[in-house]
Design a protein around this ligand. Structure first.
Ligand code: UTP
Length: 467
């Protein structure tokens, strides 16, 4: 693209200000800016402008739909006894046949955590300091070893962290996985818009862009060829997880087995909320269909509503642990998801070209949410799981859901496993061990696998690391 083409394109899109600093840019900066302009989908930007105009026009108007009032809790299955054994057997069959893949979404910005680099590189190993990515990758490796067929791993990145993520896997030897079984693919990036619908420059030669939300995964899978790769490998199910939760039982045979046996498009793991104020999306039935509704969309009354036994009526939350059927992913690749907007602080350049970090929200960012695709899923199941076994996300720099909290919860879980396998480890009243405990997923993927593999005489002094 040359300057003239860019000029025309931007004029048509009502975004001519993108070239405001052209005369001051050197050749390299001009080339960078032209490349970026060529990469932006201005037809999509026009749609975002429409979404924004509509939202701003509706601001202050009473909520249009009474949907929030018309929901009830989604039915939740608890797998026990015979049903659990059957589901496990079915899931193991799928794994042995090589029909299961794993999808990690890792394209987010991790702004709350503020880690320097991809969030997946954030250290969480209680003893080893190993990063989030390693725990996911080693579980995938362990699954492949256990069931005799490699499990392909698909990692969604974004333009911001794609190169760093690939380099990290290279540097770490793909954590033992075969390189050809790991597929990286970037999600799309969208500009933010000012209230007037103008894209923002965050440098004189650069338009501010941010990832299009985890819902961008559906289009990105198709665009990148990852979905075609899943199909060519004969995958039937894909286990979806977020990069920031190192506890997920990746490829859990009971979960996969239930999904396949039920002929579901989508199966979700859901866990009990810690209380009415936990900020988690909740599984509901709305108009007869399963949906995940954001915590913020519930009224105070709905959040606190209880059953006669005193338990919460909307008792479960979704930590985004899913199984998708591959044909469903193919169908959804073409379906447009709704766009959500958030008023945020977005850096911009002033008239002199100096970068300004605003003190208050000044622009709108746009995102798609993967759970909106539930509206198209023909069969959906929700499976209850024990959050202490599978949910310890890294969201914040400090306090709740921080790396330190995650490390402590991982130690607690693995100490429980050690105790179940016969090791003598004292636990405090909340179940935490006196020292950090870590088990490489490739050493034992489940508590059951640990039995019979315990070394004699565990030394609590320096922390326990089994790898
Ligand atoms: P979060 O919503 O927690 O966002 O993402 P985040 O980017 O990690 O952190 P904040 O909100 O900026 O602090 C949940 C999961 O979805 C992925 C994230 O990488 C994380 O695994 N995600 C989120 C994407 O892959 N792409 C996105 O555009 C947004």
């Amino acid at each position: 693209m040359d300057h003239e083409e860019a000029f025309r394109l931007l004029a048509d899109a009502g975004q001519s200000h993108v070239l405001a600093f052209w005369d001051r840019l050197d050749e390299a900066a001009r080339a960078r800016l032209l490349d970026q302009i060529a990469s932006i989908d201005f037809a999509a930007v026009a749609e975002l402008r429409g979404v924004l105009a509509h939202a701003l026009a509706a601001r202050g108007a009473p909520a249009a739909d009474a949907a929030a009032g018309a929901m009830e809790p989604a039915p939740v299955l608890e797998l026990e006894g015979r049903a659990r054994a059957d589901a496990i057997a079915r899931g193991e069959e799928e794994l042995r046949a090589g029909r299961v893949g794993v999808l990690v979404v890792a394209g987010g910005q991790g702004s709350r955590l503020g880690f320097d680099g991809p969030k997946g590189c954030c250290p969480v190993g209680p003893v080893s300091g190993e990063p989030l990515f390693r725990f996911h990758a080693r579980k995938v490796l362990a699954l492949g070893r256990r069931y005799g067929r490699p499990v392909p791993l698909y990692v969604m990145t974004s333009a911001t962290n794609d190169a760093a993520t690939r380099a990290f896997f290279e540097e770490r030897g793909f954590f033992g996985l075969a390189r050809e079984d790991v597929f990286f693919f970037p999600q799309a990036m969208w500009p933010a818009l000012s209230p007037e619908g103008r894209v923002l420059l965050d440098r004189p030669d650069h338009v501010f862009l941010s990832p299009d939300g985890h819902g961008g995964v559906l289009a990105a899978l198709a665009r990148s060829g990852a979905l075609a790769d899943m199909e060519s490998r004969g995958l039937a199910s894909v286990c979806y997880l977020q990069v920031d939760n190192p506890m997920v039982d990746v490829g859990d045979p009971a979960f996969v087995g239930l999904h396949v046996a039920e002929g579901a498009d989508w199966t979700l793991k859901v866990c009990r909320r810690t209380g009415p104020d936990e900020k988690m999306g909740m599984p509901v039935l709305r108009g007869g269909r399963t949906a995940i509704v954001e915590y913020t969309e519930f009224s105070e009354e709905q959040r606190r509503a209880t059953l006669p036994d005193g338990s919460l009526r909307f008792a479960y939350g979704s930590p985004a642990i899913h199984v998708f059927s591959v044909p469903f992913l193919r169908r959804e690749a073409e379906a447009g998801l709704p766009v959500h907007l958030a008023h945020k602080k977005v850096p911009y350049v002033d008239a002199a070209g100096a970068v300004v970090q605003p003190g208050a929200p000044n622009a709108y960012k746009f995102e798609r949410f993967v759970f909106d695709a539930l509206a198209d899923a023909r069969r959906v199941r929700c499976l209850a799981f024990d959050r202490e076994e599978e949910y310890a996300p890294v969201k914040n720099r400090e306090g709740e859901k921080s790396p330190a909290a995650c490390r402590a919860d991982l130690s607690r879980k693995w100490a429980r496993w050690l105790r179940a396998a016969g090791a003598e480890i004292p636990l405090d009243e909340r179940g935490y061990p006196p020292c950090p405990v870590e088990i490489d997923p490739a050493f034992a993927r489940t508590s059951g696998e640990l039995a019979g593999r315990l070394p004699a005489g565990l030394d609590l002094a320096g922390g326990i690391l089994l790898s």
